[in-house]
Design a protein around this ligand. Structure first.
Ligand code: MRU
Length: 341
């Protein structure tokens, strides 16, 4: 088969870290140069870059940039701590920043930047390779012709260092000439599905249909989709996963209608030290994301808002978890451990 590819990327190194400002998509493509760890931390918090693996890689490069600016070890340790905690739910960020910090701590002062950069580049390349491996494993779960898949949020090239996790699988099926259509939920309130997944798919010639989140259950009931494929921000030891809010509702609907529900996540997203989904910290974000669209008010001033960025789906509702090391199916503690790092 033709190898799945993409024309899209979230980040690049051009004598410094540059991030595609995802807040502006799909209207504008603007690359932002990240001058150090503080700017990297801000970019992660404000969703310039988002998606668990991409956040991790961006954090790793941002720490390398900081090591060039100021190689003082206590300073870099503080910067690493702030970067690692910029967003709490995804597992990749703290792991990637920690990896670069170890490279810095074990290097002579004059070599800290080069070692940090090499470590960040290594993480970036490993994630790109993981995406390709997951595309192959995942595509095999959806045999036959005319495969229609439903996804949520954005688990694509914009969210990883390669072709994407869930969207990598979609690209894999597409490269095999078997994809009928990708259905993308819009992912209220930040609209990663509408703004990012629909843009990414359109740009790469993947047939895509956008739907409101509330239309997903009836779409599944109609029999139109062969499966749901999505990413994860953290995979707990028992196979629970945290992912974009709305994932749990999709899993319930998929179970009700007998639609395979497949989670695609590199092993950098696995956290075996986290026993179950109950221990995953769910990031609560600002009310503004729900009550405003740009400057326009969507709700009465001062209304109370509940805006968790993620939710937890238990293993019983997940048909399979795909990592670059293989497929956990059924999903339980033993099968997750087999494909974990
Ligand atoms: O808030 P976001 O946009 O960072 O949320 C992203 C998701 O929930 C993705 O589905 C997840 O990070 C997997 S990306 C490969």
């Amino acid at each position: 088969m033709a190898e799945p590819t993409t024309t899209v990327s979230a980040l690049r190194w051009r004598d410094g870290l540059e991030l595609l400002d995802q807040r502006l998509l799909p209207q504008r493509e603007r690359w932002i140069s990240i001058g150090g760890a503080a700017a990297g931390t801000r970019a992660i918090r404000t969703l310039v870059v988002r998606g668990a693996p991409a956040i991790g890689i961006a954090g790793a490069y941002a720490l390398a940039v900081e090591a060039r600016r100021n190689p003082d070890l206590p300073h870099l340790r503080r910067a690493a701590r702030r970067l690692a905690t910029a967003r709490p739910t995804g597992a990749d960020l703290a792991r990637a920043v920690g990896h670069v910090l170890v490279a810095i701590e074990t290097a002579p002062s004059a070599e800290r930047f080069e070692r940090a950069l090499a470590a960040a580049r290594g993480l970036h390349a490993a994630d790109a390779a993981a995406c390709l491996a997951m595309a192959l494993h995942g595509a095999a779960l959806f045999p036959g012709e005319g495969v229609a898949l439903l996804t949520h949020c954005n688990a694509g090239a914009l969210a990883t260092g390669g072709i994407g996790s869930a969207l990598g699988v979609v690209r894999g099926v597409h490269a095999q000439g078997r994809l009928e259509r990708l259905y993308a939920c819009e992912a209220r309130p930040v609209l990663q599905g509408a703004r990012l997944t629909a843009w990414e798919a359109t740009r790469d010639g993947i047939p895509v249909t956008l739907l409101p989140d509330s239309a997903a259950a009836s779409l599944m009931a109609s029999g139109a989709v062969a499966g749901v494929v999505l990413g994860a921000d953290r995979v707990a030891a028992d196979g629970s996963i945290a992912n974009k809010v709305g994932t749990y509702a999709l899993a319930l609907a998929a179970a009700r209608h007998g639609v395979p529900f497949v989670v695609v996540a590199p092993t950098t997203t696995f956290d075996l030290a986290c026993p179950t989904g109950a221990e995953i910290t769910i990031e609560l974000r600002s009310a503004d994301e729900v009550v405003r669209l740009g400057r326009r008010a969507l709700a009465p001033e001062g209304v109370t808002v509940y805006n968790p960025a993620f939710d937890v789906t238990p293993p019983q509702l997940i048909t399979a978890i795909v990592s670059e090391r293989g497929v956990a199916r059924p999903v339980n503690e033993a099968t997750v451990r087999e494909i974990a790092p």
